[in-house]
Design a protein around this ligand. Structure first.
Ligand SMILES: Nc1ncnc2c1ncn2[C@@H]1O[C@H](COP(=O)(O)OP(=O)(O)O)[C@@H](O)[C@H]1O
Ligand SMILES: [Mg+2]
Length: 123
C-alpha cells in the first residue's frame, strides 16, 4: 500500500501520519523524517515506512540509501513530498492532497488502484 501525501510545508502531512500511527496503536514518538528521509514503524503485523523527501536531491540518493529494498510488497508507505523523487517511487494506491484554509485544512483523497479503492470505500 503506497500513500502519497501532497501539500505545502505545514499543511499537516506529518500530523496526519502521526494520527494514523496513533490510531493503529503506536504510542511512541513520531518524529518527522525530514533529515533521515525514512522512519520505520512496526505495529502488530504491520510494517509502515514514513518518508519525507523534502530534502531529497537525486535518484542516486535513493539507491545509496538502500530505499529500493523497502519496496518489498509488504510495507505500507506514507510518503511526504513524493514529487521530489520522480522515477524512484512505487506508484500510489492513494494520494492525499492538503490545502491550507484560513481555518483548518481541506483534504482531497483519490484512489489509483483496486487496493486503494477498496480502502476508500471502507471509510
Ligand atoms: N488539520 C490541521 N489544522 C490545523 N493545524 C494543523 C493541522 N494539521 C497540522 N497542523 C499544524 O500545522 C503545523 C505543521 O504540521 P505538519 O504536520 O508538520 O506539516 P507538514 O508535515 O505538512 O509540513 C503543526 O504545528 C501542526 O500542529
Ligand atoms: Mg512533514
Amino acid at each position: 500500500m503506497v500513500i502519497y501525501l501532497h501539500g505545502d510545508l505545514g499543511a499537516g502531512k506529518t500530523t496526519l501520519v502521526r494520527g494514523i500511527l496513533n490510531a493503529l496503536g503506536y504510542n511512541g514518538r513520531v518524529k518527522s523524517p525530514t533529515y533521515t528521509l525514512l522512519e520505520p514503524y512496526q505495529i502488530g503485523d504491520l510494517q509502515l515506512r514514513h518518508f519525507d523527501l523534502y530534502r531529497f536531491n537525486s535518484p542516486e540518493e535513493w539507491e545509496s540509501a538502500g530505499l529500493d529494498d523497502e519496496i518489498d510488497g509488504e510495507n505500507i508507505f506514507l510518503i511526504e513530498w513524493p514529487e521530489r523523487a520522480p522515477g524512484c517511487l512505487p506508484p500510489a494506491d492513494i494520494a492525499v492532497r492538503f490545502t491550507i484554509l484560513d481555518e483548518g485544512r481541506e483534504l482531497k483523497i483519490d484512489a489509483y488502484s483496486h487496493l486503494g479503492e477498496q480502502c476508500l470505500t471502507r471509510w
